[in-house]
Design a protein around this ligand. Structure first.
Ligand code: HEC
Length: 111
């Protein structure tokens, strides 16, 4: 039984790793033009700030439909386009953004 648990947790660790790695690729190909990850600026917010302030589910909502979400996110206009990404790629890039900052402001608020 212990062995099975060990194997399962090893496998899930690999999948998690693979998701974030794919998310990084999705980021580089689709988001890096406008969103930095090293606080170097751009048209959109640096993803470290997004990671700190937003939940993964909300990041997914924004990627899927920026044109219907921008007001809720505090913007007065929408310049971000919608991307033809698969559900898996959306999930992975959100996971990658989520992994950037471990100490979230929304966790501190206890939301
Ligand atoms: C053409 C430039 C551009 C590209 C490419 C782009 N974004 Fe954006 N993004 C923006 C801008 C500008 C905003 C601010 C609101 C708006 O205009 O919709 C934004 C806002 C966001 C937000 C909300 C941030 C917040 O917390 O307020 C998220 C999340 C986001 N983008 C994720 C992504 C992801 C993920 C990708 C790649 C799949 C991506 N963006 C690609 C320009 C871009």
């Amino acid at each position: 039984m212990k062995k099975i648990v060990a194997i399962l947790s090893f496998l899930s660790a690999i999948t998690l790793f693979a998701d974030i790695e794919n998310g990084k690729v999705v980021y580089a190909q689709n988001c890096a033009n406008c969103h930095s990850v090293s606080m170097t600026g751009g048209m959109g917010k640096d993803f470290n700030l997004v990671s700190y302030n937003r939940k993964k589910e909300d990041v997914i909502k924004y990627i899927v439909s920026p044109m219907t979400m921008y007001r809720e996110f505090g913007y007065s206009a929408n310049a971000m386009p919608r991307f033809p990404l698969s559900g898996e790629d959306v999930e992975d890039v959100a996971e990658y953004i989520d992994s950037l900052q471990r100490f979230k402001v929304w966790m501190k608020k206890g939301e």
